[in-house]
Structure formats: structure tokens, C-alpha cells
Write a protein that binds this ligand. Structure first.
Ligand SMILES: Nc1nc2c(ncn2[C@@H]2O[C@H](COP(=O)(O)OP(=O)(O)OP(=O)(O)O)[C@@H](O)[C@H]2O)c(=O)[nH]1
Ligand SMILES: [Mg+2]
Length: 290
């Protein structure tokens, strides 16, 4: 994952390039690498400005090793600022209701099933709500996944009210003293008013304890724009970034952290149920820093 990001950094920061640091050249190189790796312009500038301050402000001669160290610190700071204290294995409430939203095809349904699987593996009792009643086939898709992992699914007919499915799932969880209700939802463009209204209704009825925006890492810089538009209409608390196993360049992680100021809870790293991991910024740093 993110091999090209790391490789380019490695090349630009090669300590064998000689001891002489050419400040403008280094900054230009790093900026280009960041932009090519899907880091947004503003986030790239923040990192470059950190470097600039460091190099200009340093009293002693700056070595490539120092630059590398500073770059890592700058990236780490961005990630740490939005580190999350949300720990699903120690939920604050019972049942804890989690609503998943996002545009079409980002991986919501797969992610709901992966999270259900993760929670179940950690001895949590879960019910899933098939609240994508909009897309033909959505309920069946989720039903197959839930059967596979052995988690109960609350479903109504296609076309029925998604909020009422969520409501039933929450009742079900209360009645059986379950730990989690995971609510799938229909993919919606951030521009589709009707679907956004429907989502607002869902939020009013289900009163989720956590609303998660599922974003596809492949869309790179546009992820932030998409997320900001969502946040205005249907505010969310955290992000799950999917498809990091495909050739996503990895910069979206930095941009989301820096610009959305939302924590990344999990990352999706494949199509199987086990292909989900809690986001750990050290794991990411190891993958991008030389
Ligand atoms: N490689 C890879 N594929 C993923 C990942 N997460 C989801 N997918 C795939 O992405 C496709 C879409 O996933 P869905 O879960 O159906 O997406 P969705 O957001 O529910 O889509 P809609 O319901 O149509 O809005 C499927 O083929 C998934 O297998 C991931 O982390 N890695
Ligand atoms: Mg879906």
C-alpha cells in the first residue's frame, strides 16, 4: 500500500545525495510528491510551511536526516490532531446506534458487514438494519453478508421507509439487550435533496450515537469536497476510508485529517469480511515515510 508515496519520499530525501540541502529544491520536490499522492493543495502547503520554518529557523546546518525527521513530525502532527477516543470495544451506550452514510458505491454495505463481523469477533452482540430500501438488490446483498457472518438483519420491503427499519432494529436491540445497531443506508449524492431529507429523517428517528461517513480512498482529493458537502446537510462524527488496497495513493488520509478535522475510525483494505482494520496512524506513517 502507498508504495509509490514512500518510494518518492525515499528518493527525494536520500541521505546519500550529499550533505548540501538546497531548500527550494527540497520543498518543490516534497510539494510535488504530496500533490501527486492525492494530498490536497492546502494540506501540502501546511507541510511545506512547517519544513520552511524548520529549515529557515535552524541555527545549525540542516542535514537531509533532519529534513526527514521534520517531515515525519509534521505529518504525524496532522494525524494526531484528530486521533479518536471512540472505542467500539468499550461502547459508551447500550445499544450503541451507528449510522453509515456516503455516496453510491463507496463501500457502505460491505463496511457495515465488516464492522458487524469485527464486533461479533470481539464478543459484542449486534443487529443490522437494512435501511437501504432504495436500491434494488441492496437488502439481498446485506442479507447474504449477514447470513455469512451470523448476524441478525432487520429488513422490510424494498421501497419502504428506511427510518422505520432503523426504528425496528433499535427496538429489537433494546428487547434483547444487544450492544450495537448498525444501520446501512442508500447511497446518495450530496446534491440529491430528497435523499438528504430522507437521511435527516433517519437521524431524527434513529438518533444515532455515531454517524460515520464512508469514503472511497480512490477519489483522492475530491473526498474532502464530498465530505464537506455532506457535513453541512447531515453532520457526521467520523470517517471510514475504504479501498486502500486498490491503487489509492494514500494522501486522502492526510487531507481528511487536516481539513475535515474528523477522525478516521477504520480503513477498508479488501473485499473480504476480515479486510478492515482500526486506523492506526503509526501503521500509516510506516507505510509512507522512508
Ligand atoms: N478492494 C476493495 N473493495 C471494496 C472495499 N470496500 C468495499 N469494496 C467493494 O466496493 C463495491 C461497492 O461496495 P458496497 O458495499 O456495495 O458499496 P455501497 O456504498 O453500499 O454502494 P451503494 O449501496 O450502491 O451506495 C463492492 O464491490 C465491494 O466489494 C475495500 O476496502 N477494498
Ligand atoms: Mg449499499
Amino acid at each position: 500500500m502507498f508504495e509509490s508515496f514512500k518510494k518518492k519520499f525515499g528518493k527525494a530525501l536520500n541521505e546519500e545525495n550529499g550533505q548540501e540541502i538546497r531548500k527550494t529544491e527540497i520543498e518543490d520536490n516534497i510539494r510535488t510528491i504530496l500533490l501527486e499522492s492525492d494530498v490536497s493543495f492546502d494540506t501540502a502547503e501546511r507541510i511545506i510551511s512547517d519544513l520552511e520554518n524548520f529549515i529557515s529557523g535552524s541555527k545549525k546546518r540542516v542535514s537531509m536526516k533532519d529534513v526527514k525527521h521534520e517531515l515525519r513530525a509534521s505529518v504525524e502532527e496532522i494525524l494526531r490532531e484528530n486521533e479518536t477516543d471512540i472505542d467500539l470495544l468499550n461502547p459508551p451506550k447500550k445499544p450503541m446506534v451507528i449510522l453509515f452514510l456516503g455516496i453510491n458505491g463507496t463501500g457502505k454495505t460491505t463496511t457495515v458487514a465488516k464492522i458487524a463481523n469485527y464486533l461479533k469477533a470481539n464478543n459484542k452482540r449486534v443487529v443490522v438494519a437494512a435501511s437501504d430500501t432504495f436500491r434494488a438488490g441492496a437488502i439481498e446483498q446485506l442479507s447474504i453478508l449477514c447470513d455469512r457472518i451470523g448476524v441478525h438483519l432487520i429488513r422490510h420491503e424494498t421501497g419502504s421507509d428506511p427510518a422505520s427499519v432503523a426504528f425496528d432494529a433499535i427496538e429489537h436491540a433494546h428487547a434483547r439487550n444487544l450492544d450495537f445497531v448498525l444501520i446501512d443506508s442508500a447511497g446518495r449524492m450530496q446534491t440529491n435533496k430528497n435523499l438528504l431529507e430522507e437521511m435527516k429523517k433517519m437521524k431524527r428517528v434513529a438518533k444515532p450515537d455515531l454517524t460515520v461517513l464512508v469514503l472511497d480512498a480512490m477519489i483522492g482529493q475530491d473526498a474532502v469536497h464530498q465530505a464537506e458537502t455532506f457535513n453541512k446537510e447531515t453532520p457526521f462524527d467520523a470517517v471510514i476510508l475504504t479501498k486502500l488496497d486498490t491503487d489509492a495513493r494514500g494522501g486522502a488520509i492526510l487531507t481528511i485529517s487536516d481539513q475535515l478535522k474528523k477522525p478516521i475510525l477504520f480503513v477498508g483494505v479488501g473485499q473480504e469480511m476480515g479486510d478492515l482494520q482500526p486506523f492506526d496512524y503509526n501503521w500509516y506513517l510506516e507505510r509512507i515515510m522512508p
